[in-house]
Design a protein around this ligand. Sequence first.
Ligand code: GDP
Length: 306
Amino acid sequence: PTDRRSWLDRLKSGLRKTGSSIAQVFTGTRIDDALYEELEAALLMADAGVAATEHLLADLKQRVKDTKATDPAAVKALLADGIAELLKPLEQSLQIGQHTPTVIMVAGVNGAGKTTTIGKLTRHLSDHGAQVLLAAADTFRAAAREQLAVWADRNRVQIVSQEGGDPAAVTFDAVTAGKARGCDVVIADTAGRLATQIHLMDELKKVKRVIGKAMDSAPHEVLLVVDGNTGQNALTQVKAFDDALGLTGLVVTKLDGTAKGGVLAAIALWSRQRGTPVPVYFIGVGEGLEDLQTFNAREFARALLE
Ligand code: GDP
C-alpha cells in the first residue's frame, strides 16, 4: 500500500482555495448580476487576469443564453466547459523521434523549477526508452551545474558540463556529442538570473543560435519553465521569453502547492491571440522524479472549480 496521493489529488489540493472560492459563487439559488460580479472577483483572485476573466464571463453569459440554464449548478458546469475549451489548445504532447537528437532548450528564471523539471523530464523520456544527454549551459552558477549533475546521476544519463565555460560553447559541444553518440534527446539547461535581464536574453539568444549551428533545424523545442505560484508574473515571463526566443512550449510548476491556477487561463488567452498556441507540455505537481504530468484541459478545469 502506498500513501502517495495521486497527482490529481495533489493538483486539487493545491488549487483548493481557488476552487472553493469559485465554487462558492454558485451556492445560491439565483442567476443574477450579483453572481456574475462575485464570479468576476473570484476569477481575478485566482490569477486569471483581467482579459481572461472578461473573456470567460462573456463566454459564460453566451452559454447560459444558449442553453437557457436556470440554476447556478448548471451555470457552474457551463463555466467548466468554457474554461476547458479555452485551455484545450494548450493540451499537446511533446514530440520526440523526428530528429536524432531532438534538441530541447530549457529556459526559466531562477527558482521556477527549471533544473528539477529537467530531471523529471529526463526520467520521463528515459522511461519511454529515449537516450538523453544533458547540457549544463548555466555555466555561471556552480550550484546549477552541480544540481544538474545530481539529476544526471539519478537518471544515469550523460552530461556535458564545463566549469566557467561559455554557455554557447558548452551547448555546441553537447549537441555535437549528442549527434556523434546517436542520442535521442539533448536537453540544455540555461541560466535564469534575473538581475541582468538584457544580458540574460542576449546570452540565451546566443545559445539558441549556436544550437542551430551545431545542428540544422535545432533547437526543436524551446521550453519555458514557469512557477504556477507567481500569478500574472508568469504571463509576463512567458511574453518576455517568447519575444526573445520564440517559445514552443511551457512547463508550469508547483501546482501542488498554493498555486491559484487561473494563470493558465491567462496564458491560454494570450496564446490564442498569438495565433500559434504555446502548449503546456507538462505540469509540475511535486518535487520528486515522478511528479511531472501531462496537462489535461478538462481535468484542470474541473480541479479549478472543485
Ligand atoms: P531553478 O532555479 O529554476 O532550476 O529551480 P529548481 O529546479 O532548483 O527548483 C526550485 C525549488 O522548487 C526546489 O526546491 C524544487 O524542489 C522546487 N520545485 C520544483 N518543481 C516543483 C513542483 O512542481 N512542486 C513543488 N512543490 N516544488 C517544486
